[in-house]
Ligand binder design. Sequence first.
Ligand SMILES: C[S@@+](CC[C@H](N)C(=O)[O-])C[C@H]1O[C@@H](n2cnc3c(N)ncnc32)[C@H](O)[C@@H]1O
Length: 262
Amino acid sequence: MSWNPDLYHKFQEERFAPFHNLAELITVKQGMEVIDLGCGTGELTKLLSEKLPSSRILGIDSSPEMLEHANIKSAPGLSFELRSITDIEGEWDLIFSNAAIQWVPEHRELIPKLFSHILPGGQLAVQLPSSHSHPTQNMVLETGMEEPYRKALKGWSRSYSVLTIREYSELLFESRGEDIVVFERIYPHVLRDSYAILDWLSGTAVLPYLERLPEELREPFLGVLGDKLKKAYPGSPVFYPFNRIFFSAHKPKSTSVIQEEN
Ligand SMILES: C[S@@+](CC[C@H](N)C(=O)[O-])C[C@H]1O[C@@H](n2cnc3c(N)ncnc32)[C@H](O)[C@@H]1O
C-alpha cells in the first residue's frame, strides 16, 4: 500500500501520545534486541531507541515510501529493513508495534506467531487502533459501495482484522504469556472541522481505497466522503473520539512445561 509520510504526520501530536503510553508498558532491561514492527517513517523507532539506550533496534516496514524517511535516521544500534510483519525472523527480547498490525490479517495466527519469536523473559508490546465501528469508518465503507467506486473497486471493501480485548487476552494466555496487560482507551481528539477528519482518514483508512481506484476517481471519492463528513459534522470544532487497544505480555523465563500432578 502506498503511504504518504507527510499526510500521516499532519496529526503528529495525536499519533505520538499512544506511542508514549505503549512505551510505558515496556520492562526496560540492558542490552535488549528489539524489533519495531511497521515502524513507518522511523521517528518513533528513534524515540524508542532513546528510551532503551543500550539496546539494538531494528525497524521493519513494508512501505518503501515510509522507509525512505526512516533510513535517514539510521544510527549506531538503530537500523531499518524493508520487510513484512508476517515475515518476521529471529528471536527478540522485545517485539514492539505501534499502530501497524491492524493492517495485517488473521490476528489469531499472527499473535501466537509473534510470541514464538520472543526470547525467554522477553516481551510483546502492541498498540493498534480499534476505531473501526466509528461512524466515519462506516462512511468510508459506504462511499466505496457507491457507484462508480464500487465498480472500479470490483466490489472490494476493507475488512478489519482487529479483535476484541478479551480475544487478545485469550491469545496471549494461550501463547503462555505472563503478566498479561490488555486494555482499550479512548483518545478524545478535538479536531478543527470535518475537513480535518477527512485529512485524518486520508492519511490511513482511506489509503487502500485510493490505491485501488484509478487516478481520475480519487479526488471525486474524497469529495463524496468529504460531503458525508460535512453533513455529519457541520460545526467547529468536532469531537473525534478514537479507540485504541494496548496489549503486552512476557514470555516465561523458563520455557519448561509445568507437569500436572497425578
Ligand atoms: C499507521 S503507520 C504507523 C507507523 C509507526 N509505527 C508509527 O507509529 O508512527 C502503519 C505502518 O505499518 C506499515 N505496515 C502495514 N502493513 C504492514 C506489513 N504487513 N508489514 C510491515 N509493515 C506494514 C505501513 O507501511 C505503515 O508504515
